[in-house]
Each structure stands twice: as C-alpha cells, then as structure tokens.
Write a protein that binds this ligand. Structure first.
Ligand code: GH3
Ligand code: MG
Ligand code: MG
Length: 643
C-alpha cells in the first residue's frame, strides 16, 4: 500500500471524469430535490458510468456509514445514504481533462480507458448474474474500478507516465506493471488496491483487483471469494476487450475465447457463455461511449487572436483573459466578440446556454459574459449549472441584461452571478467591470500557481523518496528484494504468524555448482545466470510468496499461511522450472539446477534466525543427497507432520 500520505491525498483529488458525464451531472445538479425515485435513478445512471466519480461517491458514503455495517458497494446505495447536499459536495470536486492540456497525460488513451472500464463493469455484472456468487450490482462496481490505478498514475505523473507508455508499446498488464515499478517505484495494481481501500470497499475487492492483473497462479491461501472474483474479473476483462476493441471478424473468435474462459474459470456452460456474450454486446451498444476533449485547443473557436497570443504562451504572459461570450442574437454576439478581442482577450463564442455549458467544461476558461434571455438554457440557468462544480465556481460570470429591476438584479446575484451590465451595453463600462474581475482572477491565478508548484514539488519528493526506499530494498543485479527487505517482511510475517498461530514457511534456494559456472565461463556469464534464475523463481512463485536474493547465489522464498508440506509442492515446481530453463548467452548455452530447503516455524524456535537456520540445514541435506532436489527440515510442527 502507499504509505506516503501526501501522495495519497494527491491521488484522491485529481482523478478526471469524462466530459459527457460532467455535462449530464451539472444539468441534473440544478435540481434541488433528489428524493423522488426517478431523479435518483437519473443520478445513478449518470454517475455509475464514471470510475472517478463512482469512487468519490462511494468514499463519502462509506465514511458516513456505521462502522458495524457492510460497505456500500453501489452508486445507488451510496446516493441514498448521502442525500442531496452530500452528493453535491462529492460531485462538485469533479475534475476534467480540458483542451488546454493541463493535467492531460498525452500518451494515455482516456476514451479507451473509460470505454473498457464501462464494458468490464457491464460484463462483470452480467457474469455475476449467472454465477450467483456475488451480487451483480457489486460486481459492476468492482469491474468499473478494478483498473483505476492506471488513470491515477496518468493523472499524478502525466509526463513520466506518457513516456513510460510510449516505451511500453503493448498493453500487457504484467510488462506495464514491471515498468511502472522500475520508473515510478509503484504499479497500477497497487494503486488500484489503495484507492479501493480508501473508498471503503471490502477486502476481497482490493485483493481481486490486484491479483487479476497478474498471470501467476494465485496462492492456495487466498479465500474462495477472492479466487472467484479474480476469475470473474479475468473473464470480464477479456469479454470487455473483445466487445470494445475486436473487429467484426476477430470478434467472433474473441467471443469464443471469452466463452471458453468462462467455462474453464467459472464453470459456465457453453450455451450460457454465448448468451452472456450476446447480452453484454447488446448492452454496450445501447450505452453512450464516454468522450474526452480533443487534445489541441480548437483554433477556429479562438479566432484570430489565438495565433497571435500563442496557445502555448504561459498564463502569466497573457495580457487578456480566456472568455466565453454567449448570446443568441448573432449581431450582439458579433459586437461583444469584437469589443472583447480589441481589448486583448481570447474569446470563444456560443449562441445559447447549452452550447456554452459544453464549451465551458471542455475549455480552460477564466470568465463568461452571457446574455440573460436565451432559448434552451438562459444565462441565469447557465450560471447556476456552472456553480455546481468546482471549476465552474471559479469562473468570473458577467451577465448582460435588459432586465434591471431590483428583484431581477437580486435574483441574478443569488444565482451566483459576479457582475452585470445592462443591455444595450456600454463597452467602456463592460470592459471596466471585466478589469475589476480580472484583478480577482489574477490574484487567484497567483495563488493557484504557487499551489501547483508546491504540489509538483511534493510529487517529485515523494517519487524520489519511493525510489530511494525501493533502491535500498532492492538487489541491483536481479531486481529482487534484498536481504534487508525480506528481513522486514519476515519480521512482520513472523509476528502475525505467532499471534494467530498460523503456519509460516521459508524456502531457501541455492544454485548448484555455481562456482564452476564462474570458473569456466567468467563472472559476466555467472551474473547472467543469476539474473535468469531470479526471473524464473519470480515467475513461478505463487502470489503472496515473496522471492528475495539473500546474497551470492542464495535466494529465499517466504510463504505466509503455508505449511511446510504445502510449500514443498511449490518448491518442487520451482526446482523443475529452473532445471527446465535454458540459459542462453554469447558463448554459453546450458542450464543450472538448484537445491531447496523448506522449513516451517515451530513453537520452540526463538526467532527468525532459527527458522532460516532450519531452512539452511535442509539445503545442506539436499546438497548432501546429490543436489537438484527439495528437502524438508526435520524441525516440523505437529500440524505439518500430520499433513
Ligand atoms: P554448491 O553446489 O555446493 O552450492 O556449490 P557452489 O559452487 O554453488 O557453492 P560455493 O558457495 O562454493 O560458490 C558460490 C559461488 O558464487 C562463489 C562466488 O564467486 C559466486 N558468486 C557469489 N556472488 C556472485 C555474483 O554476484 N556474481 C557471480 N558471477 N558470482 C557470484
Ligand atoms: Mg552458496
Ligand atoms: Mg551453490
């Protein structure tokens, strides 16, 4: 889990939502009553297609629930628990990817991420319906959120993650995770589990979202519920990918693969599997695909000045503001645009409130100048809608109006308007009021700028810290955890094993005749053999088992909640895997073998040293018996002996 509190806070605040979801929500948020069931279900429908918002809503709801009750796992349940006020607070902080590129991770496929997440949610729900082992609505949530760590990493480290994705090429989650650990000292599976925990979801969800990303066999020690969820997620992922990405011809083959995976992993019959595929594909066709704002600012909306001021000019260098001008009357709009541009502002135009709302959410604006009376959504409604979310609250809103009775002016201010100018407008007064607004905007920009610098420094520091920590705990040659790291893990596991009297087993592994490899082929080949043996051990160890390099040609595998007899089965698998692996290097082709000693914690052992000593003795016994074999320590618990 992520220990760094700063990092965690940053992760929480910056996960972006998709534009259509945001638009729908600000429209819905203007209603001040969500008690009737039809408006609740509209909110649910809008939120539950978006992973970031779903997470935030669940987080708030789970914070409010009684500790003794089960976690809330669906948006519907969360909204009922929250009520209108709390829901609006959760929605208000929603963050967007805007066209100006702030917060955007260039190499990250946002649309693809949202589409696949949604498809996985729908597939997980439908599959759960068939297996009957997890409430389908909860499975939906798990499917939606089970890969959110990628979005989080893209949001927190946009530049680093973009470069990492460019070099990763393929979409293999295992290769991606390895690269993430190398460059960011954390991987998306860990971040996902951390977020799900923060949002108050149950343990099996966290574990499953982490395990399904990995191709390694899942340890026998995982509980049945987690195992089931892992399989469910794997099937849902495959089905989702086939539905979203598969072309027409490859889709048939892809869906067949999904059907056979559902059969082998979940025992779903062929007929049921085909029905599930058809249902998921149909449902996906009926939901709108989330979209993201286009990457580059659309210069045609910005007009002539855009090229002059330069869209990449730093905000400080800009003289004017980025303003959205809204009027349904083309002549007034033309006039307004000209006045604003002559003053040096960048201007985007919309001819009614609905279009304005869309543009305001897609672009990084500073001010809105809007007419009051317009079709579809008038200026006041536009202002109210924008004030529902954080980025809209920060806009300077100037209303143009022919209505200037006392009541009307009060109504405008109550709706959240900052200033008003009567129509037909006097351009000097309009510009003067905007300048007054500009002073506030600039002050805020300075504060924001400082905040961004601090946030960036915190991110860099925490990344550096994580890298340093990871380096001090990693063996540089093999990339495996080193002696110090495994010692820390062993201390933790020893304590918890002793407290609850659970089995704990250590597996010591030593390469046979390794000195000869060095002597015959040189140290460099020796290093290469060490690296490859390490990789084989890592790839064939089970989940939950930590593989470390103790030093020299000695490795240790830590098996929590495992008896010596159970670990011996895994040890034999590791032995066979090393023996079967052919090491290829310039001037060398061959294989090596290992001797393994397995020892379980016993009551009379005083500490970790005793456990390692027992494992080491067993290695010695294996060596004496001819090498390339597994020996169990003769110091065994009663339980292990009878197993
Ligand atoms: P046995 O089957 O009894 O284990 O024989 P062995 O030759 O493997 O054991 P021994 O302990 O005699 O030799 C271990 C060798 O491992 C000696 C040392 O030079 C070599 N070694 C230790 N660390 C490294 C390393 O980082 N790189 C290389 N290339 N060799 C190493
Ligand atoms: Mg040795
Ligand atoms: Mg050796």
């Amino acid at each position: 889990m992520i220990k760094d509190a700063f990092e965690e806070r940053i992760l929480m605040g910056r996960l972006p939502s998709s534009q259509p979801v945001a638009r729908r929500l600000v429209e819905l948020a203007r209603r001040d009553d969500i008690r009737d069931s039809s408006s609740i279900s509209e909110f649910v429908a809008a939120i539950q297609v978006d992973p970031a918002l779903t997470g935030r809503v669940l987080e708030r709801a789970n914070l409010l629930r009684e500790a003794s009750t089960a976690p809330l796992e669906t948006v519907a349940a969360a909204i009922v628990r929250l009520g209108h006020r709390e829901l609006m607070i959760a929605v208000r902080d929603l963050s967007l990817i805007t066209t100006d590129g702030s917060q955007r991770c260039a190499g990250f496929d946002y649309e693809g991420f949202w589409a696949i997440s949604l498809a996985r949610a729908i597939a997980a729900e439908r599959i759960a319906h068939s297996t009957g082992r997890c409430p389908p609505e909860s499975a939906y949530t798990l499917g939606l959120l089970s890969d959110i760590g990628r979005l989080a990493l893209a949001s927190v480290y946009p530049e680093e993650y973009s470069a990492l994705l460019a070099s990763e090429g393929g979409r293999d989650p295992v290769a991606l995770a390895r690269l993430e650990r190398e460059r960011l000292a954390i991987d998306h599976g860990t971040v996902t589990a951390c977020l799900l925990e923060h949002w108050g979801l149950r343990k099996s969800f966290l574990r499953a979202s982490r395990l399904f990303q990995d191709e390694r066999p899942v340890g026998e020690t995982e509980d049945a519920e987690t195992l089931h969820l892992v399989n469910l997620l794997k099937c849902a992922r495959l089905l989702a990918e086939e539905c979203v990405e598969g072309g027409a011809t490859s889709r048939v083959a892809g869906l067949r693969r999904a059907t056979s995976m559902m059969q082998s992993h979940l025992g779903i019959s062929d007929d049921d599997g085909r029905q599930i595929c058809a249902d998921v594909a149909r449902r996906l066709q009926s939901v709108a695909r989330p979209e993201v704002a286009p990457a580059a600012p659309r210069s045609e909306s910005l007009g002539e000045d855009a090229s002059e001021s330069g869209s990449d000019a730093s905000p400080r260098a800009r003289r004017g503001l980025r303003i959205l001008a809204v009027d349904d009357d083309p002549t007034s709009l033309f006039l307004l645009k000209r006045v604003l541009r002559e003053e040096g502002h960048e201007v985007l135009c919309a001819s009614d409130g609905a279009e304005a709302l869309r543009l305001a959410l897609e672009n990084d604006l500073q001010a809105v100048v809007a007419d009051w009376m317009m079709p579809r959504m008038d200026g006041l409604e536009l202002c109210q809608a924008l004030r529902c979310i954080q980025s809209g609250r920060e806009l300077f809103f100037l209303l143009l109006t022919g209505r200037d009775t006392e009541d009307q002016i009060v109504a405008a201010y109550d709706a959240g308007v900052d200033e008003y100018v009567t129509k037909p407008f006097n351009s000097r007064i309009l510009l003067a009021r905007l300048r007054a607004g500009q002073r506030i905007i600039e002050l805020k920009k300075e504060v924001d700028g400082e905040r961004l610098v601090v946030a960036q420094q915190i991110r860099e520091l925490s990344l550096l810290n994580r890298r340093l920590k990871s380096a001090s705990l990693t063996d540089p040659l093999t990339g495996l955890p080193n002696r110090r790291s495994i010692w820390e893990r062993l201390t933790e596991e020893w304590q918890s094993s002793a407290t609850v009297d659970a089995p704990l087993t250590a597996m010591m592994i030593d390469i046979d005749g390794f000195k000869k490899v060095n002597d015959l082929h040189g140290h460099e080949i020796g290093d290469l053999v060490l690296k490859q043996v390490a990789e084989v051990l890592r790839a064939h160890a089970r989940h939950g088992e930590d593989v470390a390099r103790l030093g020299g040609e000695e490795f240790l595998v830590l098996c929590p909640n495992t008896t010596a007899a159970q670990a011996a089965v895994g040890a034999e698998r590791l032995r066979a895997a090393v023996e079967a692996h052919v090491v290829k290097a310039p001037g060398f082709t061959g294989s090596v073998t290992v001797s393994l000693g397995v020892a379980e914690r016993t009551e009379d052992m005083q500490g970790i040293d005793a456990l390692l000593k027992a494992a080491d003795d067993a290695v010695y016994a294996a060596k004496s018996a001819g090498r390339n074999q597994v020996k169990l320590s003769d110091r065994r618990r009663g339980k292990a002996l009878s197993a």
